[in-house]
Design a protein. Structure first.
Length: 492
């Protein structure tokens, strides 16, 4: 890493400014020529600036050999800002970064220790890599019907059963805002000389405030993936892959990421990540402190609404989470007599407010450093109106949640083998006992109910079909209505 890093610089933003000042013109992609060819109807919606700033990263913003090193410098500045040895920027989201990390530590064969509450991108990583998942059962809150990260002891038990696994992976923070004991899990891994990958997509802001949960790099993780667009201020698809230590080959990880990522990265995504890093270094701690205070006030106001509870202590019980992100809150709306899907749809329709998470009884609210009293007043007013309207709304059918034993299914073959095996679609009623050749993922929160290679149970089918009736969305099965399920032809 260079010794003369200047955290007040933003090389991508500065390069874009200079690019415009020099009045450059290109006879190469992108074909819209910085918006010259775009129709007026499109420009009336998008404006001209997105096109004006959409230039090639190499052979446009930089020269054809990238001799100015805008990307390398921006990545080095990010690594310096957050205490990583090295980082890589991705314009293909954290889904790509997670897959690259998994490929770099395993690949072809072997196994990996993973919390069963992992995001669906982990399934893709398993299919690409060929790794056998050794699932760690998450901590289940049976009352709320949600899962939280496994404990270090849970990871140790699976490591003891599968000592040859290549690495471990944990999701923290979860979509519900709960956080794992990363320091404890990292210690369990390092005692065995194996690396820990943290899918910290929801934690891009964590390095910039001491009032937030532990940042994975500070807690001992070897690889950490963050999504700048979630709790940061970047564009969608902006992701940073952070590395520390020598348990993961940095060059090999970069090669894995390079094979997966696009050869046409979006400069706007890079520039936004670059500018956000500078913003956080300069003002992040103060801005986050204000956001936490705003979140606390908003939490109290929402908790005072009849029929809506803001969960807190319930999420920090011994069987649940190690830490909570104070900028995020989980609302229980069950007392209103409707489920979270219905509540979200009503708020969207009647108050034009979107929320990121809804399930059988919850809504998720994320407070950003961009929020203020005006935006949170609007949120509280919408929730007050929802509570007032709830007695007149149709009641929702119940979701048949799987019991603790139904969370972790039997892994019969690797996800890769099942995904590429000869398959057939059978009526859902006949799929119980068969081996899944696809995954089914309620979204949000994006945790698969079953993945390729697992033996499907009647319990999980009933859960998903009752969920669909109640408003759940399943974006990934071949048949999104779950009338049929794709399974391996080979019956085992």
């Amino acid at each position: 890493m260079p010794d003369d890093l200047d955290q007040t610089a933003a090389p991508f933003l500065d390069a874009l400014r200079d690019h415009h000042a020099m009045n450059r013109y290109s006879f190469s992609p992108p074909g819209h020529r910085q918006g010259r060819g775009v129709d007026t109807e499109t420009l009336s919606v998008l404006g001209s600036d997105p096109f004006r700033n959409d230039v090639l990263a190499s052979g446009g913003l930089d020269d054809r050999t990238s001799s100015n090193g805008y990307l390398a410098t921006a990545e080095a500045l990010m690594a310096d800002a957050v205490g990583a040895d090295k980082v890589f920027f991705s314009t293909c989201g954290s889904s790509l970064s997670v897959k690259a990390a998994m490929l770099s530590v395993g690949g072809v064969d072997g196994g990996i220790v993973i919390g069963r509450d992992a995001h669906k991108s982990v399934t893709a990583g398993l299919v690409f890599s060929g790794l056998q998942p050794y699932w760690v059962e998450p901590r289940i809150d049976a009352d709320q019907g949600i899962s939280h990260p496994p404990s270090p002891e849970d990871y140790a038990a699976v490591w003891d059963a599968h000592p040859d696994a290549a690495a471990a992976l944990v999701v923290s923070p979860t979509p519900y805002g709960t956080c794992a004991d990363i320091e404890g899990i990292a210690a369990v891994c390092h005692e065995r000389g194996k690396p820990l990958i943290v899918d910290e997509a929801w934690g891009a802001h964590l390095p910039f405030s001491e009032h937030l949960p532990s940042w994975a790099m500070s807690a001992g993780a070897d690889v950490c993936v963050t999504s700048v667009h979630k709790m940061g201020l970047g564009f969608e698809q902006g992701s940073v892959l952070h590395l520390r230590g020598d348990l993961v080959d940095h060059d090999h990880l970069w090669a894995c990421a390079d094979m997966l990522m696009t050869t046409s990265p979006n400069v706007l995504v890079y520039a936004a990540m670059d500018g956000w890093r500078r913003h956080m270094v300069q003002d992040g701690a103060e801005r986050i402190a204000r956001a936490i205070e705003l979140a606390d006030r908003t939490r109290e106001r929402i908790d005072a609404i009849d029929g809506i509870s803001v969960l807190h202590d319930e999420l920090l019980r011994a069987e649940a989470s190690h830490e909570l992100d104070p900028m995020r809150m989980l609302l229980d709306v069950q007392a209103l007599g409707i489920n979270g899907y219905h509540a979200l749809d009503w708020i969207r329709e009647h108050h034009q407010i979107d929320l990121g998470l809804s399930d059988h009884r919850h809504l998720g609210v994320d407070i950003s450093i961009a929020d203020d009293e005006f935006t949170t007043d609007r949120l509280v007013q919408a929730l007050e109106a929802l509570a007032a309207a709830a007695p007149g709304l149709d009641q929702d059918p119940p979701v048949q949640l799987p019991g603790r034993a139904g969370i972790v299914l039997e892994s019969v073959v690797t996800p890769r083998e099942a995904f590429f095996a000869p398959a057939e679609s059978v009526p859902a009623e006949e799929a119980a006992g068969r081996i899944a050749a696809e995954q089914a993922t309620p979204y949000p929160p994006g945790i698969p109910a079953y993945v390729p290679g697992e033996r499907i149970t009647t319990e999980v089918i009933e859960y998903l079909r009752s969920g669909l009736e109640a408003g759940m969305v399943l974006p990934d099965p071949t048949d999104g209505s779950l009338g049929t399920i794709r399974v391996m032809r080979d019956v085992r």
